[in-house]
Design a protein around this ligand. Structure first.
Ligand code: PLP
Length: 456
């Protein structure tokens, strides 16, 4: 998305590229304040944050008590090395283990964001096998259409072709499992007659590369913006968990986008009662108030490492005390205001209202759970033929949404080329739901008209 003019309001755009080196980022859009579900521009015009930033914000913007908690912790203990524990960190870990995480996940490490945390999770899995005397287990199996971050290791295990492009010479070749992408099934099957063959194909892949060489299998329980809120068939996750267990392969759940209530349960895996060996969550952990992500593991994963006297290297800012205090306060607010339940109920209402788009000629599918939705767009609904990539349909939809005062998150990656993502703060009300649905319809129509040469 290249923004050359101020998309809404009268505030002048920031013309300089000095604020960002990413061409596709709306650097021209200056935001001076944020509150509740809204971002405010220098001229006072407001934008409804229908994406909670990058599907991050859960409790809403501008909540003073989080900033106060952060300030208190920063004053108390500005910095200690991550092997030390601060009061804020201890409190957060206890909250996570006692009230949030699936049972048995009680060894917690921290990083500053999702990519770093996923990178650490992969290293933790590898170190687990090394320390247990199984150096042959080095492969980490990811899936097509999944995204786990932008470090070289996480790009290597992910299936985000656009983000991998050009870096392939640096990426260790890791086998990829099929995605559970029922709209265009990679196995040419149809649910339920397929009997969830995509899950069984993991077993075949394990056999092909040798299960004794595999350290871990990595999956987002609900695939995020890369594929657009792809929810698996109910049988999928329990079955792949069983395959992993049977072969001594660690299951890593990447809940960076789905964790901490986004899908209407505490974690995505909770929809299917699956407890992974390692669970990674970021984004919603702090609702965007501070950079922090958590790597949560079962004791059995960590025990061989400790027994061998080995370790997994920390990041300087992992477990930063003020960030831990912000996360603890955010989760306290989520609990106090029953926001996980609210994400489930408001999510159902949002889905109902989006139903007006189910028959839209350019909407192939609306999918998701809780307050995470993806709307996949196509040129031809009958054949599922997409618009040409050069048309940059999703960027145009996002721009049209901004012109109308609503921010949607751009997603999609071949073959799910064009996906608009919706992930608002959990505190949204009916007024915001109405705005999101009506602005999305207008934005899609305007973007398509522009591509077809009929729009302004
Ligand atoms: N994993 C998933 C599932 C994500 O959605 C993201 C980011 O969107 C990441 C990892 C990377 O997280 P970050 O951007 O915080 O590094």
């Amino acid at each position: 998305m290249t923004i050359t003019e101020s998309p809404i309001g009268t505030a002048p755009p920031l013309r300089s590229s000095r604020y960002n080196f990413l061409r596709e980022t709306p650097t021209a859009l200056e935001v001076v304040r944020s509150e509740g579900c809204y971002l405010y521009r220098p001229d006072g015009t407001k934008i409804l944050d229908a994406a909670g930033g990058a599907i991050v914000v859960s409790i809403g913007h501008g909540r003073r008590e989080v900033a106060d908690a952060y300030a208190r912790a920063a004053t108390e203990t500005s910095y200690v090395v991550p092997p030390f524990a601060t009061t804020a960190r201890v409190r957060l870990v206890e909250r996570l283990v006692d009230r949030w995480l699936p049972p048995g996940l009680d060894r917690i490490g921290f990083a500053s964001g999702g990519s770093e945390a996923m990178d650490m999770a992969i290293r933790l899995a590898r170190q687990h096998h090394l320390s247990a005397g199984r150096p042959e287990r080095h492969r980490v199996i990811g899936r097509e259409l999944s995204y786990h971050g932008t470090t070289l290791a996480t790009l290597a295990i992910g299936g985000h072709h656009k983000r991998r492009e050009g870096f392939e010479p640096w990426l260790v070749d890791q086998p990829k499992a099929h995605a559970h992408y029922c709209l265009r099934c990679p196995l040419g099957k149809t649910y339920p007659s397929c009997e969830v063959a995509c899950a069984d194909s993991l077993e075949a892949l394990f056999q092909q590369v040798g299960p004794e060489t595999i350290a871990a299998f990595v999956a987002e329980p609900i695939v995020g913006s890369n594929a657009g809120a792809l929810v698996p068939p109910d049988e999928y996750l329990p079955r792949v968990a069983e395959i992993c267990r049977r072969h001594g392969v660690l299951l890593i759940a990447d809940e960076v986008m789905t964790g901490y209530g986004r899908t209407g349960r505490r974690f995505g895996v909770d929809h299917w009662g699956v407890v992974p060996d390692i669970l990674v969550g970021g984004k919603g952990l702090t609702s965007g108030y501070a950079p922090l992500a958590a790597i949560c593991a079962r004791e059995e994963v960590v025990a061989p490492i400790a027994a061998a006297g080995d370790q997994v290297m920390f990041y300087t800012y992992g477990a930063h005390s003020a960030c831990c205090a912000a996360a603890d306060k955010v989760l306290e607010i989520v609990e106090r205001e029953n926001l996980v339940e609210r994400a489930a109920t408001m999510g159902k209402r949002l889905r109902e209202r989006l139903g007006a788009l189910d028959d839209h000629p350019h909407v192939a599918q609306i999918r998701g759970r809780g307050l995470l939705y993806g709307v996949e767009l196509v040129r031809d609904r009958a054949t599922l033929a997409p618009f040409p990539q050069q048309a940059r349909l999703v960027d145009k939809v996002v721009m049209a949404g901004l012109e109308d005062g609503v921010f949607f998150y751009p997603g999609g990656n071949p073959p799910a080329n064009d996906v608009v993502c919706i992930g608002p703060p959990f505190i949204l009300g009916d007024e915001e739901i109405e705005r999101i649905a009506s602005a999305l319809e207008t934005a899609i129509d305007r973007a398509v008209a522009k591509i077809e040469g009929k729009g302004r």
